[in-house]
Design a protein around this ligand. Sequence first.
Ligand code: NAD
Ligand code: ZN
Length: 348
Amino acid sequence: MPATSTMTGAAAAKMRAAVLTAPHSLAIEHVAVPSLEPDQVLVRVSAVGVCGSDVHYYEHGRIGPFVVDGPLILGHELSGRIEAVGHDVDPARIGERVAIEPQRPCRRCGQCRAGRYNLCPRMEFFATPPVDGAFAELIAIQSDFAFAIPDAVSDEAAALMEPLSVGIWTCRRADVGPGSRVLVAGAGPIGVILAQTARAFGASEVIVTDIDAGRRELAGRFGATRVVDPLTDSVEGLDVDAFIDATGAPAAVRSGILAVRPAGRVILVGLGADDVELPVSFLRNREIWLSGVFRYTGTWPLAIELVASGKVDLDGLVTARFGLAEAEGALAVGGEPGQLKAVVYPGR
Ligand code: NAD
Ligand code: ZN
């Protein structure tokens, strides 16, 4: 994993990175290039998407139990080009353009061995304290978590394979397939990507709600077959096969559940209140399945395929671009009207 720590050898090489030093304070610093373990590749970072969690760490210094208590490099949605390889990695990989799966499971615990490595209790995840992220010129990652991308896929789209992976994992858990009718609450980057992914999985109807008219308009352009303003129109009784919450808002969770058919599914993706009141008798009497989603396992190959084949458009979601020195601007721009996804280019 990337670390601002050591480089073996006499003079440790340095690189530029945008380092979160305190809430609301990002400094461009020269830090040590991450050292390479035998199974890792060193990647020159091309593009990094800004996620709500980066913004949250920047503004509040913590997300639930994860507290920033030292300098931290943000950014976990990234692409780049392989610049060097560890002892055990084929040097032929040098020069490859890659999309990065920004996590390192232990590969040995019960969850890892059961194929659910996203639930590994020893997971190291980029830009989650104390693990550094990708607002930096270089990162290190185990070779099999750096996925080659075709020339036709842009650096931005390759970086956004990460939120697309959330969409894929969610649609799998929601059992979305040909002919599915799906309700998505929230048309932020995740909701908009979910709408496209559900369509790519064969959903015939994808209804997206958002309280923001601009966001509803975006959802309509990217995958939604219908958009709904939850403040004026109720979704209750739609009898959809699956409801996916991408807001974390208690009102959206509650009304979305009431839109699900018997034996349908409810998938909670959004982060919000820790405790929410649920319509329990409705869930029980309809035998509705309810699950959370925590990131993803094994999604990059399909993500790359969906983008390369044109079934999912990630390039169209990018609304602002910044060099490394302007990374702070990238963290601030997300909430502005008309904005969806900001991207930082550490090489600029
Ligand atoms: P975002 O904040 O950009 O989008 C959320 C959208 O929900 C906004 O457009 C907002 O207007 C809308 N909204 C708020 N209240 C609403 C309501 N009552 N009804 C309908 N819409 C409402 O966030 P995002 O980047 O799109 O991510 C969505 C959520 O998913 C966030 O909470 C994020 O933290 C979470 N997330 C979870 C995972 C995971 O692994 N579980 C991964 C990535 C993101
Ligand atoms: Zn594990």
